[in-house]
Design a protein around this ligand. Sequence first.
Ligand SMILES: O=C(O)CCC(=O)C(=O)O
Ligand SMILES: [Fe+2]
Length: 374
Amino acid sequence: MSFQEIPIIDLKSALDPETKPQFLKDLRHAIINVGFLLLKNYEVFGPNEQDFKDIKQETLDFFALPDQVKLDIEMIKSPHFLGYSRLANEITSSHTDWREQIDLATELPGPSKNDPIYKNIEGPNLWPDEKYIPKFKPTILNYIAKMTHLSQEFRYLVLESIGLDKHSLDVYFKPNQQCKMKLVAYPDLNELNGKQSVVLDDKPTTQQQGVGPHCDSDILTFIYQVTPHENSLQVQNFQGDWISVPNIPNTLVVNAGQTLEAITQGVCKATIHKVLIPQPGSGTRISIPFFQTIDLDSHKDIVADIPAEIIKLTQERDTNIKKWGQDIGFQYKPDISKHPVGYAVFRNRIKSHQDVAKRWYPEILKQVLQEYKD
Ligand SMILES: O=C(O)CCC(=O)C(=O)O
Ligand SMILES: [Fe+2]
């Protein structure tokens, strides 16, 4: 029997030596057998109530900006895949995603000439004109700084929960390691009526995707569900059933990505998930995912010293899997024995944002589309 609900984990209980053993046990179950959890009392290490209020306000203000202000910072202007994506301009699992978003990241300089091409993932953000939205940049930078801290502390706990030294992944991180985040708006069906995808010949229908079934490619993702929509974010259990992630105030959704799965020999599960567009009349759904990523140059072996009893738990999980989720189509998986992790990350960005790739990396886009077909 696969999971039927998303476990809730209380970060405060990690701080008390009396409650920590049970905390680690619960976390171990969540990360191995579900791949998703709801985290409460995150402000122990992360953003506080005011920080969440601020980012919510800036996000609402951002999406309310005149189209031209948003289009001035369209992602197509960035070789680093950062900036604004208009509605229906992204593809997941071969279909249009009915969402509008801005991709942001830890502010870093672009790569130098001799760097491998995948290093273009790093670079400066495209900021909206501060004349229209003066507090946007400082609010985002503050959120990134605090979430970076939370994601690091939480990674330590995840590693402890599977019997590893909390510093065992430190070699995959560099000083000022890039983290990524997005502000996302999923308009409801009424607002979408008559709209057509910019990239595919898709029109929205009731079951249309906000974002199609996929696994995240990072280490850990933290999602702030800003609006109270239910039954939008759904996770696929290992029997193929879709389980809704409850939208509980003052919790963050946390999930494992494929990079963490790869370097922990499959112990931490990168579970398939998707977002449905909101029901007509329920208004725009807003969410803010934050992605902890590792040094693009990482080219190291997987973590070898995972205790045998943890590997056994993983094997038990895998033998019980009746149906291995939905086919999410072709997605580059990090294979750090063959390529640095940046190779897969870069190719996944090319596949998702083909208009950006066409402008900046036409040759690689051709290769990717060819591999995609094969
Ligand atoms: O909007 C959400 O709640 C999740 C979005 C998501 O899964 C993603 O962008 O990777
Ligand atoms: Fe995701």
